[in-house]
Design a protein around this ligand. Sequence first.
Ligand SMILES: [Zn+2]
Length: 390
Amino acid sequence: MTELTLKGNWNYPTAVRFGPGRVSELPSALEELSISRPLLITDPVIAKLPICKTVQAVLKKAKIKAGLFKDVKPNPVGDNVSDGVKAFKKGKHDGVIAFGGGSALDAAKAVAMMIGQKRSLWDYEDVGDWWTRIKPAGMVPVVAIPTTSGTGSEVGRSSVIVDLSTHTKKIIFHPKMLPAKVICDPELTFDMPARLTGAVGIDALSHNLEAYCVNGFHPQADGIAVEGMRLVNLGLVKAYKNGRDVAARSQMMAASAMGATAFQKGLGAMHSVAHAIGGMFDTHHGTTIAVMMPYVLHFNRQAVAERLGRASAYIGLGRSSFEGFVDWVMMLRREVGIPHTLAELGVKPEAAPALAERAAVDPTAGSNPVALNPTNLRQLIERALSGRMT
Ligand SMILES: [Zn+2]
């Protein structure tokens, strides 16, 4: 891939400007949405990095006065959203720049949604038709700029926010939470630490992989998912080893957006369990997913073996079989330094029953290709705690 071919304008699933250096186009993206006083929402770590200064310099050069809100936790909580709404109103802002990894993007999207709403955030959880309670007129426009390549939240229609009263991760959903404009600039990920690159990259893989494994006729999602996985195969280890490999960084940023596009089809047990563990132990989402991945593949084996064989052939793995696919996953995990067990993440064995109960009611549980219940989830979690695949 030459640098020239790494550039593109996409309108699927939203307006995406993709390519190295394109963060310089932020002022025109804001103008297209009639935003003149944006609130830049990010997390405290990103706020200190040179990439945040880059964005602020781009805004300053265009004489755009932007506020900064950076009180977003690694697993954002309800208060982060309400504090963001307060900052937005205090600064009389008229739109949001969502800047950062999944946590910052999710918090920023929730803030933009909540500006003109009357109810509490939890009344908009993705349960049944609760999303219809949201008044679209009360939402403000968002330009999303991802700085990691994992969640793909920039092209997603939901946010994951932790409800501290129950220590559970709740999904807040509305179709219009899909950011109106997205700038994917792979150069923003050049300085992302290798460990984070590996963990969020496997999260991007998991979104493509779990969507692909969901039962049901959704050839669009399946097509996106297999190409997303192929890009992970091309880019993940290279991006981990050399953060300034622009082709590898571009492949991973595209794979991340593709994963979130594909998972409109659904996710599965990797996410059901990772959400439960993240809510209880505050573990890193991508790392938790990466630990769980091979255990879940074995758990789902009967339902997914044939289609993973097909995917292996397309991705270009040595062996076109379930075993070949799992070996590839194990190799990726090793190459990017992911631990093998949940115990190594600090998950306590005695928590397994409670985690299984929570995972069973996670919104992603229903689409796992093998039906989940607290009993089989507990077995799955216990295997992942001890390192046994079957
Ligand atoms: Zn994920």
